[in-house]
Design a binder for this molecule. Sequence first.
Ligand code: PMP
Length: 434
Amino acid sequence: GPRSKELLDRQQVRESSARTYPRYLPIAIRRAAGSYVEDLDGNVFLDFLAGAGVLSLGHNHPRVVAAVREQLGDLVHGLDFPTPAKDAFTEAQLGMLPGDMGDRFKIHYCGPTGANAVEAALKLAKIATGRTDIVAFSGGFHGSTAGAMAVTGNVGPKAAVGNGLPGVHFFPFSYCRRCPLGLRPETCSTNCATYLRSVLTDANGGVPRPAGVLLELIQGEGGSVVATREFVREVRQLTRELEIPLIVDEVQTGCGRTGSWFAFEQYDIEPDIVIASKALSGIGLPVSVLLYRGDLDRWSPGAHIGTFRGNQLAFASGVAALDYVRSADVLGNVCRRGAQIAQSLGALAARVPGIAEVRGRGLLWGVEFGDTDGLSGSQVAAAVRAECLRRGLIVELGGRDDCVLRLLPPLTVSEAEIAVALDIVHDAVAAAFP
Ligand code: PMP
């Protein structure tokens, strides 16, 4: 519409060329509520990007907003002083760890972003072990600061600025559709972790024992790629044998996105360091934390600081969000709506040969497009994204060359909203394959 366009044009002139979303989703947002976003011209969209997985309770959840309003009257910025809001948030987060983990784990408040917490995790692992190297995985995404980018698989952004960390070693992630060894899941008698084991246990393997192994259990930006159970359990066993802290990046998979509060619960493993951010506050107030084994707590005072570690609004928001998640059985909704998406996307994939794979967990899904009829998977995915927007659905892409359509609705999304959104996806795919 004209009002959106005017603002988009102005932003294009005034704002950095690094801006991303409005290039492909050209809308200017006036307001939002729940699963819906309204642009400046009054057009309403279903939001299946949800602030890049941040808005677990959708936009402006009224109960959470009320808690934030109340906190606003008491205290906003608390540095790292103890406060009631922080205390409640700490107890709430540690309380979400399964079994007795909450008794054995500690919390570290990082800066506001996921990347801030990734940086902290890398430092903590190095300080705790006295070692310096890090193992990370192909296709992983961990953020845009120097250290987080260095452990991110995507080499594009590093090309111009160099790799910000020495001693980072990449190993293949269990992305079976693109198996680096050319194996098919049906005939694969091993997994990528076997290769990792062979290198890390070989004195001539070239990789010194690392300070940490950093893993996304389900790669989000990498294209909604779900690690196999065998792979994850073998990585856990190997890192335990070699006394290497296993760092799981749950920035995107955490806070209920995959159907359990943390994705690691579904793999029946206990990580040593958990990174969480994005949906911690439920409605988009920035906060990030590390949850980690208490005996790794070898930080010296002031070893990792930052001005914005005490966002009381985010703490109050997070506590209220968690209350709601529990009382409204939001995780149950994630599982039911996830099954609904799986069924619909499964039917779509069975009908459309251009769809290479459908995969996901909970409310984190991906539709990977293959190359067909002279069009690359990325071109098809971009066309589908554009068609979805035209029909009133905001969705983003991810994966190799952005060939994966990613569905990340709010965790409170309704059955009817999923039905409407999936109808749009079906129509958009049909339009992209004339
Ligand atoms: N880790 C993962 C798994 C992520 O998905 C992201 C963000 N997409 C980050 C880290 C970085 O978070 P932030 O953008 O808040 O720095």
